[in-house]
Design a protein around this ligand. Structure first.
Ligand code: ZN
Length: 294
């Protein structure tokens, strides 16, 4: 019976893949085969990309308390999830342990409460990075330090300019985390010209590369606003080449896996990490990805 099911799954998968929109990847038969293998191997079709802003008290629309953030990590850990960076989507989650479901923790706007040191030079145990690091140290084998920070470069609030300490971005990368873009100054991409959109995207990419040592491959659109011309996410502005391969929305629910026909790299869905969304998507959801199919 199991063999028959596996065989059926293979046929259905092949049919699904054949019906995929032609993309550069789909044209490559090796990628197709790898996708097919993943479809059969992994028992999830969707995964969560969680969206955080402030980590501070009290709990509010755009703030998660340190306690609730710790509880979120514990809940994910207890329910079969494994943290990855958003860019791991590009490798089809290479290295994901068997039986685990990937989760991406994303943080927008780079306020200081996401990454801060205390006066004595120690990492603030109440900031997002402090909480992630402590959780990793407690569960070093199955909770690596992975998270994706969509940072700002220059705004009127200097505590939001790369956490107020741009020189510290390299440390996040050294710990295994990812730095992504969020435009240079939080520009609304739907309201500016194509030229201006390319300018802010290129400038932000260049600054992140200089500060972190890595050119960003992912970003989140400020306020989820998209430009009319979505080709602006990759290319060149004057002499600056940039390439945001993965672009996040502010909402949308669970994200289809990269080997799904519904995968659109320029519209990655996210779930806002607030109580109502946790209830809706995780606690009360019989179709959540952690309830793996047999
Ligand atoms: Zn933002």
């Amino acid at each position: 019976m199991k063999k028959l099911l596996a065989c059926l799954l293979t046929i259905v998968s092949a049919m699904l893949l054949a019906s995929c929109q032609p993309s550069n990847e789909a044209k490559n038969p090796r990628v197709k085969l790898a996708s097919l293998k993943k479809m059969i191997e992994h028992k999830f079709e969707r995964f969560p990309v969680l969206e955080y802003h402030h980590i501070k008290r009290p709990e509010a629309r755009w703030s998660r308390t340190p306690e609730n953030f710790r509880n979120d990590l514990q809940w994910l850990y207890d329910h079969n999830y494994y943290p990855v960076n958003l860019k791991d989507v590009l490798t089809g989650f290479e290295g994901l342990p068997e039986g685990k479901v990937p989760v991406v923790l994303t943080f927008d706007d780079s306020p200081a409460n996401q990454y801060r040191y205390l006066e004595d030079g120690t990492l603030d145990p109440e900031c997002a990075v402090g909480i992630i690091k402590a959780f990793h140290e407690k569960h070093s084998d199955d909770w690596p330090m992975r998270a994706t920070f969509f940072i700002l470069i220059r705004t009127n609030d200097k505590n939001k300019n790369a956490f107020g300490h741009p020189e510290r971005l390299k440390q996040l990368v050294d710990w295994g985390m990812e730095i992504g873009g969020h435009c240079y100054s939080h520009e609304r991409l739907s309201e500016i010209s194509t030229e201006a959109a390319r300018y802010t995207l290129a400038r932000a990419s260049k600054a992140i590369e200089e500060l972190s040592g890595q050119r960003p491959v992912s970003m989140a659109t400020p306020m989820g606003l998209y430009p009319k011309d979505e080709s602006v996410f990759s290319g060149k502005y004057q002499s600056i080449a940039y390439d945001y391969k993965l672009v996040c929305e502010v909402a949308g629910g669970f994200q289809p896996v990269p080997w799904s026909k519904n995968f659109n790299p320029l519209h990655i869905n996210r779930i806002q990490a607030i109580d109502s969304e946790w209830q809706r998507f995780f606690y009360n959801n019989s179709k959540a990805p952690h309830k793996l199919r047999n």
